[in-house]
Design a protein around this ligand. Structure first.
Ligand SMILES: Nc1ncnc2c1ncn2[C@@H]1O[C@H](COP(=O)(O)OP(=O)(O)OP(=O)(O)O)[C@@H](O)[C@H]1O
Length: 274
């Protein structure tokens, strides 16, 4: 579990994070969403320690990360897996060598153990047959899966993914989301994803933090979103007429054959009249 307590971050006199508190739960896919410039990337960089917060605390499993010395922070960082936007693979290395890289940097054990672990991870993301290929020879979706294998090779407790679906078609995106969710549950990882992808929000968002102009505007699950009355959140998520209609259908569908359905229809009618 990761806890943010009232964190702030400024660049010069520009305050980017204005006192954000939130909890990222373990075994769950936690999403940070919000429009461009709302502070999602800055927040993620603060959480992983790539940027220092101005004030406030970040706790990793109750340990105050912000108060740790360099050595203690390094130990926490070794429990963090990162999936970067665009995958960030090394072009001159094969798939296998890319996944091996963190093990060579930080891993214990013999070369045989390390090779076994790489094979396990490639198998897990269904890329065993691509082990000897170079990044230029594989598709965007496969590159993401290599990135995921590399991010989990050290058995992370925390997994951070920056826009994991950028540049992918909707079907491949869903497969990547499914894989991340499965791994999160399987290894009880605290996964934090920075995303714009509404499919990810609706399919994987166990816990969602919606950022608006440097503040946490709303927090809840993908199911809560359907019923949220928060206007800013609704304007952001259900931006198009089509999505607004889909939201109403989903609301009705969720309460099919239930007394709630009538209540909800009446409520929707009342809202329409306003
Ligand atoms: N290193 C920096 N120095 C100064 N300002 C910065 C720096 N990094 C980010 N900012 C500013 O912080 C604000 C929030 O940026 P951030 O990248 O967190 O937004 P975001 O919500 O991730 O947007 P996007 O969805 O477009 O990636 C922006 O106004 C940006 O210009």
């Amino acid at each position: 579990m990761i806890e943010l307590r009232d964190i702030t971050k400024s660049f010069g006199d520009k305050e980017i994070l204005k006192g954000v508190s939130a909890v990222m739960e373990s075994g769950k896919v936690n999403l940070i969403i919000g429009s461009s410039g709302s502070g999602k990337t800055v927040m993620m960089k603060c959480i992983v320690g790539l940027m220092e917060v101005g004030s406030g605390k970040i706790l990793y499993d109750k340990q105050d990360f912000t108060a740790m010395d360099h050595h203690a922070k390094k130990i926490v960082r070794q429990k963090i897996g990162m999936l970067f936007q665009g995958s960030a693979l090394f072009d001159s290395m094969t798939v296998e060598q890319n996944v091996m890289f963190p093990l060579e940097m930080f891993g214990d054990g013999t070369l045989r153990d390390k090779k076994k672990r790489v094979a396990e991870c490639l198998e897990r993301v269904q890329l065993k047959d691509a082990a000897k290929k170079f990044p230029a020879e594989i598709s965007g979706g496969m590159k993401k899966r290599v990135g995921i294998a590399r991010a989990i090779v050290l058995n992370p407790k925390y997994l951070f993914c920056d826009e994991p679906n950028s540049g992918l078609d909707p079907q491949t995106s869903l497969l990547i989301d499914k894989l991340i969710k499965e791994l999160t549950v399987e290894y009880d990882i605290t996964t934090v994803i920075n995303t714009h992808d509404m499919n990810t929000v609706m399919e994987s968002g166990d816990h969602i933090v919606y950022m608006y102009q440097g503040q946490k505007q709303w927090e809840g699950s993908n199911k809560d979103i359907v019923f949220s009355k928060d206007q800013k959140l609704n304007d952001f998520i259900f931006a198009s007429e089509f999505l607004r209609e889909a939201k109403e259908m989903r609301q009705l569908d969720m309460f099919k054959d239930n007394a709630w359905k009538e209540q909800l229809q009446a409520q929707l009618k009342r809202d329409e009249k306003k």
